[in-house]
Design a protein around this ligand. Structure first.
Ligand SMILES: NC(=O)c1ccc[n+]([C@@H]2O[C@H](COP(=O)([O-])OP(=O)(O)OC[C@H]3O[C@@H](n4cnc5c(N)ncnc54)[C@H](O)[C@@H]3O)[C@@H](O)[C@H]2O)c1
Ligand SMILES: Nc1ncnc2c1ncn2[C@@H]1O[C@H](COP(=O)(O)O)[C@@H](O)[C@H]1O
Ligand SMILES: O=P(O)(O)OP(=O)(O)O
Ligand SMILES: [Mg+2]
Length: 276
């Protein structure tokens, strides 16, 4: 019988080692093929935070539409990068650095603070309190609304930045940053994403930076690893089939099982994956 680790690696499609050039080509081709197969679609849309994952997914999307324009002569293939700060973002300089590296066809900036705060104020008026953690998930869902609004206006599809090292722990907001049309980083762990950025000559501080969801008002820039209680080093090793400490293994497998519902469409009467 397969171990849970083997089962997870297979399900998430992770390779123990990668050839960065091949992985970049495979992912660009995937993005190109999807647009070619769906002629109604002509743009890709993605929020750029200044973190590793959106820098990589954004650059791949831009490379895909640039190649498509050259190969088809269709000028309407475009990538739209969206800055989505909540008020003033502490690491805004990284976001600008990411945009400079991605060189998107079009840039938009929509500040989500007014809409998020007015929604939370409506709850307060009703005497219903929204905690800081839950407000963080509202921010992530507000970003999802903006990205889909842009896609709706521009014959677009929304790109998501979920990859194997996030998927395994369910470290994303359900229907927030977890909502997207295509996931070009699927199957990669965190260090493989770094390898791809290095191969693409991205500024090293963007892929060496500490990953953060940066969702809480009271704890800005809190590291994912602190919020998760396990390191990406351990998650990446686990996903590459390596042996890790018992403590980390137990934690990862617990997070995997708890977040099973996030890796499925809404549960119907006919689903059985959740039954023990
Ligand atoms: N500071 C930060 O870094 C920060 C802040 C906020 C959120 N986050 C991260 O974002 C992620 C989102 O948080 P979350 O997971 O608490 O919220 P979520 O909204 O993504 O998921 C929770 C929701 O999922 C549904 N749900 C829960 N268990 C279910 C089950 N067994 N079956 C079906 N549906 C179920 C419920 O609607 C629940 O409200 C987490 O990984 C969290 O750590 C990070
Ligand atoms: N501040 C942000 N601006 C634009 N887009 C953002 C911002 N914060 C998050 N995003 C998007 O959400 C995903 C997930 O972020 P995590 O750091 O993994 O929580 C990110 O890749 C952006 O596309
Ligand atoms: O999703 P991003 O771009 O914010 O990357 P990270 O998860 O490393 O913060
Ligand atoms: Mg981030």
């Amino acid at each position: 019988m397969k171990s849970l680790q083997e089962e997870i690696i297979k399900k998430l499609g992770v390779k123990a080692s990668i050839n960065p050039e091949e992985e970049i080509r495979r992912r660009i081709d995937f993005l190109k093929k999807y647009l070619l197969t769906h002629p109604f679609l002509e743009t890709y849309v993605l929020g750029i935070s200044g973190g590793q994952d959106s820098t990589l997914a954004g650059r791949l999307a831009q490379m895909a539409v640039t190649e498509l324009r050259e190969e088809t002569g269709r000028k309407d293939y475009r990538f739209i990068a969206i800055r989505l700060p909540y008020g003033e973002q502490a690491d805004e300089t990284d976001s600008q650095k990411a945009l400079d590296f991605i060189q998107p066809d079009e840039r938009l900036a929509i500040n989500i603070k007014t809409s998020v705060d007015s929604l939370v104020a409506e709850f307060t008026n009703e005497g219903f309190s929204i905690g800081d953690f839950n407000k963080g998930n509202i921010k992530a869902r507000q970003r999802m609304i903006v990205q889909y609004a842009v896609a709706g206006e521009r014959k677009g599809a929304v790109i998501g930045t979920d990859h194997a090292a996030e998927s395994i722990t369910g470290f994303y907001t359900k229907f927030g940053d977890g909502a997207a049309d295509l996931l070009p980083l699927s199957g990669l762990n965190k260090r493989q994403g770094r390898q791809l950025l290095e191969h693409l000559s991205a500024p090293s501080d963007l892929y060496e930076k500490i990953p953060t969801a940066d969702l809480e008002d009271n704890k800005p820039l809190v590291a994912d690893e602190e919020a998760l209680g396990v390191t990406y080093e351990a998650i990446d090793d686990y996903l590459e089939g390596k042996e890790i400490s018992k403590e980390a293994k137990v934690k990862i497998e617990q997070l995997y099982q708890q977040s099973e519902h996030k890796r499925h469409l809404p549960i119907t009467l006919w689903d059985s994956f959740w039954k023990k």
